[in-house]
Ligand binder design. Sequence first.
Ligand code: DP6
Length: 320
Amino acid sequence: MRATAIAQPNIALIKYWGKRDSTRNLPAVGSISITLRDLFTKMSVQLDAELASDVLYVNDERDDGMLPRISACLDEVIGRSRMRARVDSVCNFPIAAGLASSASAFAATTLAAAGAADLHLDTQRLASLAGRASGSAARSLYGGFVELANKGNDIAMTVLCDADSWPLSVVVAVTESVPKAVGSSEAMEISRKTSPFYANWVERQPEDLDVARNAILERDFRQLAIIAEHNCLKMHSVMWASRPPTMFWNAATMACLQTVRKLQGDGCSVFFTIDAGPQVKAVCLPGDAETVHAALAATPGVTEVLVSALGAAARLVDPR
Ligand code: DP6
């Protein structure tokens, strides 16, 4: 009746932006991500016949804001007539500020819920269920380089390369740690309905996926860098051109991009990517991580720098 799971956030190199079915939360485009090792969310689900309603604690504090999405995720995995649950979440990085906290939270919740209800589901099925709660969460069920493709009324997952086969470092420059004003689901719908670039974004995504997939299979850092930066800037252009515009960047976000350009000019193997928030993630070869860390830490407006290697799949752990 109780299970605990740990999942790491993932960072998309080819982005999921837009839904083809918002009721079932199916993405409009495929995506490719890397799962991180050093940031994590731990979720414990305790099913309890005595409870009248679900309750959620995040880092030991009651959190009613996130509760409806967690309850909906438990319903998806276990079924609506399930026992109510106490869910405890521990997270070692800022929540809801564009650091993919929902990806690790829902991946861990899905796995822990299945464990608590003693359901033996394969990883592809768990990914589909996690994806219903948050599209990017499906990818955190796997480690390393992960591709999410659309398949009929579902998604299909592939691990392109595991974390040890191509060790990269991710340096996260935090520029603001308050929760974002607009959630990704809402911003995606605004993009879909109003951005003049949206149709082109969806249409051209297969090309970007092909280039990135080949770069990963060939361990071609330069090709991956070019396509990942392009795809990231294209996604933000879709948002900037929507009505109302969605702008997640701040001045420090831009300053970090300039720092990355300077590092590239100095010969560092590094590229940037940015999600639905103002943080900049710099992906680099491990030998360049220290230089990238120092340069981003010295960039005006950066409040904190986190470094992570690539990590493994979500997993059940001892509840204690
Ligand atoms: C910019 O997975 O948070 O990080 O399915 O609506 O919960 P929902 O969206 P979410 O969106 C992630 C958007 C992104 C790109 C990515 O991770 O692929």
